[in-house]
Design a protein around this ligand. Structure first.
Ligand SMILES: C[S@@+](CC[C@H](N)C(=O)[O-])C[C@H]1O[C@@H](n2cnc3c(N)ncnc32)[C@H](O)[C@@H]1O
Length: 302
């Protein structure tokens, strides 16, 4: 694979957050290059680690781990509960999620995630997904693109950009990154072009991979599969994701309010271990720029 696949972010903090019992069962739902998974395996003695990743490059990385205490599931983590139950695992002692994409994915020009290289407008984490960024840009309605750019990219001129994209695709289909960047150049705020490109790419990536929907699906399964006192450790890189995780830990739902039972007791399945999200240290950010936007939340099943 040449260069390092991915440098794990807040490795110590995540492992501490899982409070690993050597004989416990753990799940890493975002294997990537396996940095976190390997650290979990090091702490197990008689336990089991199940890891998920939908990317076939990550699946190849996982093949390198031959320990019997390791099982890999090449699939979307939205199928967590089904997979566990199908394999006779009813409950686990902790789950780690390190959301988003790996450095390997960003640094592979043919995957189309990076604004830095020429390549296809692809952006799929799962190479079997029929929806690519190119299809999204060429086939989505102007209103939908407006919503995607505004909500997931948080750019101010989302409406103008959506209009421009729909005009431009009438002239020539959007297939290459350079074509999209040419369009973005004309509407990006002066001096902040690269940030703008990154925000638009992030928005497209989130939609292509349905990242908000799968995060919701996953969180809603956690209460049913984590043992009492078991840990939920989630690291996110986008404010909307962090808000969903925070809401879920506080209320048991990603949107909406905390429900109370007949006696007025809160019905939340988890209790926050860290009230505020944990952030990477200055030293780590200096060494690994990707850590700069990471927010880590840790909760315990009640
Ligand atoms: C930030 S990387 C994880 C890096 C990993 N912790 C490490 O130390 O190498 C996120 C990984 O999760 C995978 N992923 C993201 N969303 C997923 C989903 N819904 N289902 C399965 N895998 C997913 C991506 O393909 C990527 O490889």
């Amino acid at each position: 694979m040449g260069a390092e696949y991915h440098k794990p972010v807040m490795l110590t903090e995540c492992i501490e957050g899982l409070a690993i019992k050597p004989q416990g069962i753990y799940v890493d739902i975002t294997f990537g290059g396996g940095g976190h998974s390997k650290a979990i395996l090091d702490k197990l003695d008689g336990g089991l680690l199940i890891a998920f990743d939908q990317d076939k490059d990550a699946a190849k990385e996982a093949e390198k781990i031959q320990q019997r205490s390791f099982k890999f599931c090449h699939s979307n983590f939205r199928y967590l509960k089904n997979y566990l139950h199908y394999n006779g695992v009813m409950k686990v002692d902790g789950i780690l999620a390190d959301l988003g994409i790996s450095s390997h994915q960003i640094d592979s020009p043919e995957r189309g995630f990076s604004t830095r290289f020429e390549g296809p407008l692809d952006m799929r984490m799962d190479q079997k997904n029929p929806l690519t960024a190119s299809r999204l840009l060429n086939e989505s309605s102007e209103e939908n693109l407006h919503k995607i750019f505004g909500m997931y990219g948080e750019i101010k001129n989302a409406k103008t950009l959506a209009k421009l994209v729909t005009q431009e695709r009438g002239r020539k289909k959007l297939e290459e990154i350079s074509h999209l960047i040419d369009i973005l150049k004309s509407v990006a705020p002066r001096g902040k072009e690269f940030k703008y490109y990154a925000q638009v790419f992030q928005a497209l990536r989130i939609e292509v991979n349905q990242e908000m929907q799968v995060l919701e699906d996953f969180l809603m399964q956690c209460a049913a599969v984590i043992n009492e006192d078991g840990r939920l450790v989630v690291m996110s890189y986008h404010s909307l994701e962090d808000r969903m995780v925070k809401n879920f830990i506080q209320t048991g739902k990603v949107f909406g309010e905390l429900e109370k039972d007949f006696f007025g007791n809160p019905m939340r399945p988890f209790e926050a271990i860290t009230r505020k999200p944990v952030e990477a240290s200055e030293e780590e950010v200096k060494e690994n720029n990707r850590a700069r936007s990471a927010k880590l939340r840790i909760a315990k099943k009640i």
